[in-house]
Design a binder for this molecule. Structure first.
Ligand code: PMV
Length: 321
C-alpha cells in the first residue's frame, strides 16, 4: 500500500485574495501577494485505501465533511484518473480554522501528498492548481518564499525565493482559538453580493499589488507595510458593510493593533495584517523583533506569540506499508 507524508506552511497574504470569479473552483477576483510562514506547519499522511467506500480526511482527529473537500477529490480524480481511494490524516501545530490560514497549508499538503501517490515528479504548478480547488490561498502555499496569485489565474507562482529577504520576520499574535463564526469561503461570497464597497475593493487591488511587489523587490519594509495595511483594511471594509455584517475582530485584536500603532510612532518598523479571523500578524525586520515581541508580551500578555521566518515549499516523502 502506498503512503505519502507531506508538510506545508500556511501562506500569509500581504495583499489579499478576497472574492472569486468562479465560486465553485476558487478562481480569484483579486491578485494576492503572500509569504510562507516557516513556524506554522501542517503535516498530512495520505494512504492508499482501496477497501474504503469514499475518500476521507481527518484534521486534528475531526472528519472534514466540507463541500470544499468533496470538490477537491473530484478535481483530483479528474486530473489523475489513476488516483486510488485515499485516507488522509492531517495535524497542525497551530489552531485549526481560527484565522491562521490552516486551509492554505492543509490543502497544499493534501494536494502534494495525493499527487505524489500517483506521480512523484509532478510540477508545483500542477499541485498549486489542484490545491486551489480546496482553498484559494492553498494555491500559494505550495510554493516557498514570496508568492503571487493573479486574479483569474488557475495556479499561483513564486515571486521571490525564501532567501530573498533574510531579515524578514512575521510575529503572529493569536488572541482567540475559537472556530470562526463564518468561513472565509462564505464570507467573501457575502461581501461580493452585498457590500457596496466591493467594486472599489476590486478596483484598488492591482495598484496595491504593483506597490507591494516593488517594495518586496527593493526590500523596503515601510513601503510594503503601508501597502499591506491598505489591503487588509480595505478587505475588512467589505466585511463590515456586508449584509449581515461579518465581524471577526475581538477586543484583544484592537489592543494588538494599538500596540503596533504606538510602536510605529516610536520609530519601530512594524506593520500588521489580518485575515478572516481575530489574529494579528505583524511584519518587521530581525533587528526590531526583540522589541516587537517584548512590547506585545507586556501589553497583551494573553496573546499567544509565534515568531516566524520565511518558509519553504511543500515537501513530501513516500514509502510502501
Ligand atoms: O482561500 P481561503 O478560503 O483560505 O481564503 C483566504 C482569504 C484570506 O485569508 C482572508 C486572504 C488571503 O489571501 O489569504
Amino acid at each position: 500500500m502506498r503512503r505519502v507524508v507531506s508538510q506545508a506552511s500556511p501562506s500569509l497574504a500581504l495583499i489579499k485574495y478576497w472574492g472569486k470569479r468562479n465560486s465553485g473552483i476558487n478562481i480569484p477576483a483579486t491578485t494576492s501577494v503572500a509569504v510562507a510562514l516557516d513556524a506554522l506547519v501542517t503535516t498530512t499522511e495520505v494512504t492508499e485505501s482501496p477497501d474504503e467506500r469514499e475518500d476521507s480526511l481527518f484534521v486534528d482527529g475531526e472528519r472534514d465533511k466540507s463541500t470544499g473537500l468533496r470538490r477537491f477529490f473530484e478535481a483530483a480524480r479528474e486530473a489523475m484518473p489513476d488516483l486510488p481511494r485515499v485516507a488522509a490524516r492531517s495535524t497542525n501545530n497551530f489552531p485549526t480554522a481560527a484565522g491562521l490560514a490552516s486551509s492554505s497549508s492543509g490543502f497544499a499538503a493534501l494536494a502534494a501528498a495525493a499527487t505524489a501517490l500517483v506521480d512523484h515528479s509532478a510540477d508545483q504548478e500542477f499541485v498549486s492548481r489542484l490545491a486551489r480547488v480546496g482553498s484559494g490561498s492553498a494555491a500559494r502555499a505550495v510554493f516557498g518564499g514570496f508568492t503571487l496569485f493573479r486574479a483569474g489565474a488557475k495556479n499561483a507562482e513564486q515571486a521571490f525565493d525564501p532567501d530573498h529577504w533574510p531579515e524578514f520576520r512575521v510575529v503572529v499574535a493569536a488572541v482567540g482559538s475559537a472556530k470562526k463564526p463564518i468561513s472565509s469561503r462564505d464570507a467573501m461570497i457575502r461581501a461580493a453580493q452585498t457590500s457596496p464597497f466591493f467594486s472599489d475593493w476590486i478596483d484598488v487591488n492591482e495598484s496595491l499589488v504593483e506597490e507591494a511587489t516593488a517594495a518586496l523587490a527593493s526590500r523596503d519594509l515601510e513601503r510594503l507595510g503601508l501597502t499591506m495595511r491598505r489591503s487588509y483594511l480595505a478587505m475588512f471594509s467589505t466585511m463590515f458593510t456586508s449584509v449581515p455584517p461579518v465581524f471577526y475582530w475581538l477586543p484583544k485584536t484592537v489592543e494588538v493593533l494599538r500596540v503596533a500603532e504606538e510602536m510605529r510612532s516610536g520609530g519601530v518598523g512594524v506593520f500588521e495584517t489580518m485575515d478572516a479571523g481575530p489574529q494579528v500578524k505583524l511584519v518587521c525586520e530581525a533587528r526590531d523583533l526583540g522589541v516587537v515581541v517584548s512590547s506585545l508580551k507586556e501589553r497583551v500578555p494573553t496573546a499567544e506569540i509565534t515568531e516566524s521566518v520565511v518558509g519553504g515549499a511543500v515537501s513530501f516523502a513516500h514509502d510502501d506499508i
